[in-house]
Design a protein around this ligand. Structure first.
Ligand SMILES: [Zn+2]
Length: 64
């Protein structure tokens, strides 16, 4: 069936969807199921939903 293929199952940490990926050809947005989910996760960081980062970066501010 899967001659040589290394298909693996994973659960997207963003949307919770189960998906399969080829471990020999891992997508750049791994471990998310698709690039959009990676963007959503990054967007949450940038929009401050993960507030911890704000304190961690407090002494390393950059001008906008
Ligand atoms: Zn997803």
């Amino acid at each position: 069936m899967n001659d040589g293929a290394t298909s693996r199952k994973a659960t997207c940490p963003q949307c919770g969807r189960q998906f399969t990926y080829d471990s020999a050809n891992e997508p750049s947005w791994h471990p998310f199921c698709r690039r959009r989910c990676q963007w959503i996760d990054l967007g949450q960081w940038f929009s401050g939903e993960h507030r911890i980062s704000k304190d961690l970066l407090a002494d390393d501010e950059h001008e906008d």
